[in-house]
Ligand binder design. Structure first.
Ligand code: AP5
Length: 219
């Protein structure tokens, strides 16, 4: 079960990836979380990525492809994985295709989630995350506790440094220029689905489950 969750910043990729991961017992591979962890640990990659993420640009394709190659080669990926935030450019999509061929994996299901930009901006400016485990909070669906301690791991709940309005606009611009063409890349294949993400988390998840059930029944 190889799944790509695709869509603009804030459409709910991370939220849905966590639910899919829990239900199907396959790992969520979030390139954004991997980069934030590298920043937290002060690694060479983290030092390079910090400034790029803060301004809303993309980290280089070669670095991202190297990270993904290493991550999907680990044993926990043997029954499948969910890519959240990757691929984000045509070069990354081509590179992923090569990796799938090299590793003889069946082609991935690509699910695009769409949400109007006004809703995205509202969601991202009010989002908080746990800096340790990456849990996602919002004031309505999953409010954060007043002591700002993550109920799951005790980590600090913070606002992401790229969740300010100026950087959100930049991330949306980068999405339209560099990531949106990836949609057409996956649309040529027969395992591409586009769903409305401007509904409750459960409604979105139910539709994803229906898609996955029908795809894997056909396989
Ligand atoms: P990344 O962390 O991937 O950020 P993103 O793509 O901008 O996506 P987000 O995490 O902001 O949003 P999401 O779609 O996961 O939404 P979420 O579920 O949190 O990347 C960050 C940066 O890292 C990039 O800008 C880039 O610099 C770098 N990077 C990462 N990958 C890279 C790559 N492949 N190549 C190069 N650079 C890369 O939901 C958002 C909010 O909405 C939450 O508060 C949530 O609770 C709420 N919410 C979710 N669903 C619903 C719903 N149905 N109804 C109401 N609220 C909802």
């Amino acid at each position: 079960m190889y799944i790509i969750l695709f869509g603009a910043p804030g459409v709910g990729k991370g939220t849905q990836a966590k639910l899919i991961s829990q239900k199907y017992h396959i790992p969520q591979i979030s390139t954004g979380d991997m980069l934030r962890e590298a920043i937290r640990q002060g690694t060479e990659l983290g030092k390079k990525a910090e400034e790029i993420i803060a301004r809303g640009d993309l980290v280089s394709d070669d670095i991202m492809l190297g990270l993904i190659d290493e991550r999907i080669s680990r044993p926990d990926c043997k029954n499948g994985f969910i890519l959240d935030g990757f691929p984000r450019t045509i070069k990354q999509a081509n590179g992923l295709d090569r990796l799938f061929k090299e590793k003889k994996l069946t082609s991935p299901v690509c699910i695009e989630i769409t949400v109007p930009e006004t809703v995205i901006i509202k969601r991202l400016t009010s989002r908080r995350i746990c800096e340790k485990c990456g849990a996602i909070f919002d004031p309505v669906g999953n409010p954060f506790p007043p002591d700002l301690k993550c109920p799951q791991c005790g980590g600090r709940i913070v606002k992401r440094q790229d969740d300010n309005e100026e950087t959100i606009h930049k991330r949306l611009q980068v999405y339209h220029e560099q990531t949106a063409p990836v949609r057409d890349y996956y649309r040529q294949f027969n395992k591409f689905y586009s769903i409305d993400g401007n509904r409750t988390v459960n409604e979105v998840f139910n539709e994803i489950e229906e898609i996955l059930t029908s795809v894997f029944q056909q396989a």
